[in-house]
Write a protein that binds this ligand. Structure first.
Ligand code: G16
Length: 547
């Protein structure tokens, strides 16, 4: 390990691939075509080391993944010491460093951070990193390592990992030996923590029928196979499909959570009959959606909204049965949440609901405001956070009846089973399976909570998506001027109509969401709004047409 050296930082800078490419730390870090990311990896190594130094040598995580994006993309994000996303105030530093085109300007950007954050560069730095199964990862890792090297960071490569496992490891390493120790910092430790909790949570209940898991041909296939070795088949039966992790071009292609959610259909590789139970992960296994076909073979999606409703319902009942009503539950959603789900949460469950901008980081912080904060994006990203006070109440309350005892035990198991750092497909799957097993519910029974309003997501490619600016948790567009009035006028023509538009932080497109009373109205509304976006944004390619 060498020392932090501005001279080395300057001399080893990795040149930008294209002069005019502008980098931005977006919804989930840097994300774009893998070919333009060499220079970004180098600066991320330096930034991670600086962040660690700023936090007195706490371990910082770096995950190389482009999650749901196509295989030719890649990306990188930083993980803060408790396993949460990089503090937002540092995103600007990341962007500034990434856009420095020569050694001098990079050193200048680094010096600005050191002085603004009052960083003692003599403080040791500790960084761990991992990556998904993309073919571009090994080369990108080398550039990251070069950035870590010139920063003198103590670094450890954890190799191929799901994103949530990397978040877990970061938290374990930073809490080791404290009263707040999160777990054993290894893949084995992660599998053991989750599997032990699951066994407790379903004890005494009959196992459900096997669950088929579409792993998007990504890292989830490898890790789920390892994980299920820790649970006997009499307790959880899974069948893994879309596990071609070494087939070029297969990752996220016509499969995975994003495909299923966006297209509202099962992957073509899934043979699905009434009564079957299916779920899909995304490419780095941090999202999950469930689905089935009803008795008429009609596809039914149980997305992040449905998971939030199920989790909130179950946890609220446990809190009630445990006699710890002082512990308040809340749910966090984004504008993509189906209107029916919000109505169900507010009117049926009577649980407070907050709406925040897209991005796990926004939901996570909002969820921390509740004693137990359930947060899910409709696309299947989410988890449940237990505050220190809630954890304490669950652990210290003395049960007066067997029913109360059972509820407290169940809650306690959930605090171990649910990944507290970030949404996690494996952990979320166990949460859903726990609830369904406790209730002995089919997917159809779960689906009865409410009926989704028909909804449609459309992507519009425009000349420059950054001109689209929004407010009010992304529910209204402020720029280009006049677009919101146009959307309002279109929406007004549809019963139960709702639509909003926003620039994606992970893809070069503007996303359009629409929902209305009927499928035909929803599709028409979505495409009319998409055309307005296309016209205002000097759309690229063909005009969106109603299909
Ligand atoms: C990332 C973020 C999610 C977000 C998704 C889509 O997910 O972590 O919070 O919902 O991107 O974001 P956007 O609409 O801005 O493209 P992932 O699974 O791609 O890491």
């Amino acid at each position: 390990m060498s020392a932090f050296s501005l001279e080395s930082i300057k001399n080893n800078i990795v040149p930008h691939k294209y002069e005019d490419f502008v980098y931005a730390y977006g919804t989930a870090g840097f994300r774009s075509k893998a070919e333009v990311l060499d220079s970004v990896m180098y600066i991320v190594g330096i930034l991670a080391a600086l962040r660690s130094k700023k936090l007195n040598g706490a371990t910082i995580g770096v995950m190389i993944t482009a999650s749901h994006n196509p295989e030719e993309d890649n990306g990188v994000k930083l993980v803060d010491p408790r396993g949460e996303m990089l503090e937002q105030s540092w995103e600007g530093y990341a962007t500034k460093m990434a856009n420095a085109k020569d050694g001098e300007s990079l050193v200048q950007a680094v010096n600005e951070i050191i002085s603004a954050q009052k960083i003692n560069i003599e403080t040791p730095a500790s960084v761990i990193y991992g990556h998904d199964t993309r073919p571009s990862c090994p080369d990108l890792v080398k550039h990251l390592e070069s950035g870590l090297q010139v920063s003198g960071a103590q670094a450890k490569n954890y190799g191929v990992l799901t994103t949530p496992m990397l978040h877990y490891l970061v938290r374990c390493l930073n809490t080791a030996g404290t009263s707040d120790a999160y777990g054993e910092p290894s893949a084995e430790g992660y599998y053991k923590k989750l599997s032990d909790a699951y066994k407790t949570a379903v004890k005494g209940y009959a196992r459900l029928s096997p669950l088929t898991v579409d792993c998007a041909n990504g890292v989830g296939a490898i890790k789920l196979r390892e994980f299920i070795q820790h649970i006997p088949e009499e307790i959880l039966a899974t069948n893994v499909i879309n596990d071609q992790t070494t087939t070029l071009g297969a990752l996220n292609k016509n499969c995975g959570a994003d495909y299923v959610k966006t297209n509202q259909r099962a992957p073509p590789t899934a043979t699905i009959a009434p009564g079957d139970r299916f779920c899909s992960y995304d490419g780095d296994a941090d999202r999950i959606v469930y689905y089935y076909v009803d008795k008429d073979n009609v596809f039914r999606l149980l997305d992040g909204d449905k998971i939030a409703g199920l989790a909130a319902m179950f946890i609220m009942e446990l809190v009630n049965d445990a006699g710890i009503d002082s512990v308040k539950v809340g749910v966090v959603q984004t504008a993509y949440a189906n209107g029916s789900s919000t109505r169900y949460l507010e009117k049926v469950l009577k649980v407070p609901v907050s709406c925040v901008a897209t991005g796990v980081k926004h939901l996570h912080h909002e969820a921390e405001k509740y004693d137990i904060g359930v947060y899910f994006e409709a696309n299947g990203h989410g988890t449940v956070l237990f505050s220190p006070a809630a954890l304490n109440t669950i652990k210290t309350t003395e049960a007066k009846t067997p029913a109360q005892n059972r509820a407290l035990q169940q809650l306690s198991a959930l605090t171990e089973l649910i990944n507290q750092t970030v949404g996690d497909a494996i952990s979320d799957m166990l949460l859903v399976e726990t609830i369904l097993t406790n209730r002995q519910w089919s997917l159809d029974a779960w689906d009865q909570a409410y009926t989704d309003l028909p909804n449609r997501l459309v992507k519009v490619v425009v000349a420059d998506r950054t001109i689209f600016k929004t407010t009010n948790a992304e529910r209204q567009v402020v720029e280009p001027a006049g677009l919101q009035a146009e959307i309002d006028a279109i929406v007004a023509k549809y019963s139960n109509g709702r639509s909003f538009v926003r620039a994606s932080g992970t893809e070069d497109a503007v996303r359009v969401y629409a929902e209305a009373a009927s499928r035909a109205e929803t599709d028409e509304l979505a495409y009319k709004v998409a055309q307005a976006v296309y016209d205002r944004g000097s759309g690229v390619g063909s005009r969106p047409l109603l299909q």
